[in-house]
Design a protein around this ligand. Structure first.
Ligand code: CIR
Length: 253
């Protein structure tokens, strides 16, 4: 069960955020509205939400998931692979310390963005991407070990972050698409493969037996409902334009 979430209000500079999506620039007013509804959805799932102020110097700072990993045992602040995002770490630190006074840290030359990390109970899968390198993943695994948890590295090629291509919905259920669907590391899970045109919904979020699903992906929504979950759709068009998914917008713990 999760009890808390930390989110950060999108800044107006988000229109200059990193993107490969080729979907155009986000509309700030609509992004703000979608973010408010995202917060409402977290609250509907029973979470107490800490809302942090917008940071105009950091266009991608609403994607708080990347700058910290929160486990059931503690917090680890990351060192993002994207240089423009590194300053976000010290700015989220005070909020993390309110819950975890003594976090651990990833240091250069290690890079980690926690969008590359998927938690399955006490086991953490760490995707090696353009944003998370081997040194960073190795540091992360030893910090997880210190907490009595374990981690493994996952080789991948095409995705921005590991969780861009999969989500763990608990109960052994994994939403996947593309390269991740056939990845040997995940062959023991009940994998639900999404079609290429619905691949964005592979980043859905389990929160206390409700699954948040991005709006506009009807086959994914049906597949998740068929597994027996309650679902809550959240419009995400403006964040999709910045390669950001549902999980990226919060830290849940
Ligand atoms: C970035 O490229 O860093 C942002 N525009 C999107 C980050 C998405 N975060 C995530 O997948 N965890």
């Amino acid at each position: 069960m999760f009890k808390h979430a930390i989110v950060r209000t999108p800044c107006e500079a988000m229109v200059k955020g990193l993107s490969t999506a080729k979907l155009g620039k986000p509309d700030y007013a609509l992004a703000f509205e979608q973010h408010q509804d995202y917060i409402a959805a977290l609250r509907e799932c029973g979470l107490q939400v800490t809302e942090l102020e917008a940071l105009e110097d950091f266009p991608d700072s609403c994607f708080v998931e990347d700058v910290a990993l929160i486990t059931p045992k503690g917090a680890i602040l990351t060192h993002p692979g994207a240089p423009s995002r590194r300053g976000e770490v010290e700015l989220i630190e005070p909020a993390i310390k309110q819950f975890f006074p003594y976090p651990d840290y990833i240091d250069a030359p290690g890079h980690v963005e926690a969008g590359d990390i998927m938690m399955v109970g006490g086991q953490f899968y760490i995707g090696l991407s353009a944003r998370t390198n081997r040194q960073g993943a190795a540091q992360m695994i030893s910090l997880l070990n210190k907490q009595g948890l374990s981690g493994t590295m996952v080789n991948m090629s095409a995705l921005l972050h590991l969780k861009t291509g999969l989500s763990y919905l608990e109960n052994n259920n994994l939403l996947t698409f593309g390269e991740i669907h056939h990845h040997p590391d995940f062959s023991d899970y009940n994998r639900i493969e999404l079609t290429a045109e619905e691949s964005y919904a592979a980043n859905s979020v389990w929160i206390n037996d409700t699954v948040l699903v991005p709006k506009g992906f009807p086959k994914a929504l049906t597949a998740i409902k068929t597994l027996g979950y309650a679902t809550r759709e959240v419009a995400m068009s403006e964040f999709q334009k910045l390669d950001g998914g549902l999980s990226c917008l919060s830290l849940r713990f």
